[in-house]
Design a protein around this ligand. Structure first.
Ligand code: ADP
Ligand code: ZN
Ligand code: ZN
Length: 731
């Protein structure tokens, strides 16, 4: 009797065998329902074999074959197998986590096409201010569709009368319906319309030619300064593919907030193309619809965040990873994959070119380009003549008048921008540097009692909150240790900066944009509109604001507290800071206005700031690479991190020490470091520690990990949370 080997969402590194009843037709890649213990589970058939090594009596039959969706392709299964092996993560959990939620359930996928609605070009060009205020529902529908195409059901969640509003918008020609699920209709000949807005610069043309002439797999690093027109290169590459074949292009971007804008943008350049997006912000229905659109080959441009790297793309012809250095391509739990690295594997598996784009490439990619493994394509000039690189200046905070963390110099510059009707952005390096409460009497700090971290002061609701575990209390009146009433905030968070600026500029319109205020997608959309309409004088924000938003009136960027990154225990801190500051500097003066960037620092002569002032990424990167080589860090070494977290120190350390002993006993060529506390050694009353493994080559590391796996499986304990992180980014 034929046997199928099924991947199930179970934390075991194995497939599960089932028999197939006579008359049941089942093939590799198909989704099936099978009994597992007392439950019925959905799984994916990974292999069909003639016999099982298991006792025939114990093998149960497949309950049902789910035929409502095409089987997964051999290519995707190959990719999943690679990821499971490379990231040491159970194959079943790898395979199931790559599927849209709806395909993980037994519920039949609705076969009939779902009609979705989207803005037409005239709808997209519409200024919402022109829609009368009393037509609130129409406005909300337009706002929602500006973010992403939606089905009617989804629009109805906005208002009971959304259906009627939609009819009006359809009649106006602002909105159009389209079939979101691929039907079985044969692919029709499509006209290819391309809005060629710009003549490429010489450098852009060289880049486009290099990629279009690639024969099979090749990895390109498109290193272009901000404003050099990387997007234009992507557009021309897409044009080349869409014009010459039925090919699909996958474009990965780091930030979910950027996908609706980009989608609109590509739609304006390719009005006739099928463009879809895949990201976690979509409803299950929309994500499934888009996924199937990609699977059918009809979606020509697939735009998405990291999870999109697992989309079915039968006609895949090119992959682009924008802002390839961005940390959000790495998933930090479950299958801890790097979407950039998986994309590179995918391109090589498929034999198609891949382009990694960035103004500040990761040192891994940059090193590969220098050594010739990747081909470097450089855009060294800004694309439009009007745009100039911003002027970067450092202000020595020890030699200037400071007002609670903001220099007089910077305040004056902000004042002159307000007078000219221009915008300023105050950039705060990270939420982690938010203000904590300190006692002037005894030096007490607002430690979280469950963590090794500090609790952060939230002025609005007068609370202290731990950003690691969520524990919170009311702000105490007196010091809990000595009773002193002299409690004051130290460090500066976005709220405090807002207070200080409001005091200095009482009439200024200040907008604070941080993770808290942008959690709501609509809120962020509204804020963007406000900024674009120049209804804001000063923006205060964290890294949220640094990413790819174009604000034409913004001419000044102030960087308030970057220095702490220079002393971080994370060897990538300088690299990350540099990338962040280049990115946020790129926000200044993009249109016809020259921008300036003012960095407040105690170390104006630090090489990192010097390189920023001279826009010398190459110099910065080579000095960083030299340091990494000396110290034996990536990209010269390959790393894996075993992490453990548990209630007691002894359990956590006993586990890691045993794992370490087992690693040493394998006598591999890897370097096994010591067991050390994690950067945040205690979180939510759990002790956290880690063990780092390093090797000179990927191959050495991988074969060691394979040998080590059985030891780790044997040591695993239910009361500990353990994980293995390959190519870790967080230390
Ligand atoms: P990057 O992504 O590299 O920061 P963008 O792709 O956003 O840069 O391009 C910056 C600006 O230059 C955009 O406004 C874009 O329309 C414009 N641009 C790009 N290429 C050209 C070109 N060849 N000629 C004129 N303008 C261009
Ligand atoms: Zn005290
Ligand atoms: Zn805490």
């Amino acid at each position: 009797m034929p046997i199928v080997r099924v991947a199930l969402d179970i934390p075991l590194s194995t497939l599960f065998d089932y028999t197939v009843d006579e008359g049941m037709r089942v093939g590799v890649g198909q989704r099936v329902v099978v009994p597992f213990g007392k439950r019925q589970m959905v799984g994916v058939v990974m292999e069909c074999v003639a016999a099982s090594t298991m006792d025939a009596q114990r093998i149960k039959p497949v309950t049902r074959v789910l035929e409502d969706s095409a089987p997964l392709s051999a290519e995707l299964l190959g990719l999943l197998n690679f990821c499971s092996d490379y990231y040491r993560y159970p194959i079943g959990q790898t395979a199931l986590s790559a599927l849209p939620t709806r395909l993980r359930s037994e519920e039949p996928v609705i076969g009939k096409p779902i009609v979705s609605y989207r803005l037409t070009a005239s709808g997209a060009a519409l200024d919402l201010a022109d829609v009368p205020k009393r037509k609130a529902v129409q406005r909300r529908v337009l706002e929602k569709l500006a973010l992403q195409p939606c089905a009617l059901a989804e629009l109805k969640t906005l208002s009971a009368t959304a259906g009627a509003a939609l009819q009006v918008l359809l009649a106006e020609g602002w909105v159009e319906g389209f079939e979101a699920v691929a039907s079985n209709l044969p692919q029709c000949e499509r006209e290819h319309i391309f809005d060629n807005a710009h003549t490429l610069t010489r450098e852009q043309q060289v880049a486009v030619n290099a990629v279009t002439q690639a024969d099979g797999y090749q990895c390109f690093l498109l290193h272009g300064i901000t404003g050099s027109g990387k997007t234009e290169v992507y557009v021309h590459l897409m044009h080349h593919i869409l014009r010459s074949s039925n090919g699909q292009v996958l474009l990965l971007v780091p930030e979910i907030n950027l996908t609706p804008q980009l989608e609109q943008y590509f739609r304006s350049r390719f009005p006739d193309a099928e463009i879809i997006s895949l990201h976690s912000g979509l409803s299950d229905t929309a994500r499934l619809a888009n996924w199937r659109q990609a699977q059918s080959g009809r979606a020509q441009i697939v735009l998405g965040t990291r999870l999109a790297v697992f989309a079915e793309l039968p006609e895949l012809a090119l992959i682009i990873v924008d802002e390839e250095h961005d940390g959000s391509f790495k998933q930090q739990d479950g299958l801890r994959y790097s979407a950039r690295d998986v994309a590179i594997f995918r391109a090589s598996q498929r034999g198609v070119p891949i382009v990694l784009g960035s103004a500040t490439p990761s040192l891994e990619s940059y090193h590969n380009a220098l050594s010739g493994r990747y081909k470097m394509l450089a855009l060294t000039q800004r694309a439009s003549i009007a745009a100039q690189l911003p002027e970067v200046r450092c202000i020595n905070i020890n030699q200037t008048v400071m007002h609670q963390g903001i220099s007089e110099y910077l305040l004056r510059e902000i004042g002159s921008r307000i007078a000219r009707g221009e915008q300023s952005l105050m950039f705060i390096n990270r939420r982690g540097y938010a203000p904590v409460l300190m006692c002037g009497g005894c030096g007490w700090l607002s430690d979280c009692k469950h963590c090794a971290g500090k609790m952060v002061l939230h002025l609005k609701d007068q609370r202290l909150r731990c950003h690691h575990c969520g524990y919170q209390i009311r702000v105490p009146q007196n010091c809990p240790d000595c009773g002193n009433a002299d409690l004051h905030p130290v460090g500066s968070g976005t709220q405090r900066v807002e207070e200080i600026l409001q005091e200095r500029f009482p009439d200024a319109r200040i907008l604070r944009v941080d993770r808290d205020s942008t959690r709501n997608k609509r809120a962020w959309q509204t804020m963007r509109a406000q900024i674009h309409a120049n209804e804001v004088d000063i923006l205060i924000g964290t890294q949220m604001l640094a990413k790819g938003h174009d604000f034409p009136e913004l001419t000044l960027v102030g960087v308030l507290n970057p220095d702490s990154a220079l002393y971080s225990s994370d060897f990538r801190a300088a690299e990350k800071l540099y990338a962040q500051l280049v990115q946020v500097s790129g926000r200044a003066g993009r249109a016809d206005k020259a921008g300036s960037v003012i960095i407040q620092t105690a170390f104006p002569d630090h090489p990192l700031y010097r390189a920023l002032q001279t826009h010398d990424f190459t110099g910065f990167a080579s000095s960083q690479l030299a340091e990494r080589q000396m110290a034996g860090f990536p990209p010269f070494m390959y790393q894996a991190m075993l992490r453990a977290e548990g209630k007691t120190e002894s359990e956590v350390y006993a586990y890691l020490n045993q794992a370490r002993a087992a690693a040493v006993a394998l006598q591999s060529e890897v370097e096994v470091l010591g067991v050390v506390p994690a950067a945040l050694a205690r979180r939510a009353n759990h002790i956290r520690a880690q063990l780092l493994i390093q090797a000179g080559t990927r191959r050495t590391l991988q074969s060691f990990l394979r040998a080590w796996q059985p030891d780790l499986d044997a040591l695993a304990q239910a009361k500990l949370r353990c994980s293995l992180d390959i190519d870790p980014l967080e230390f």
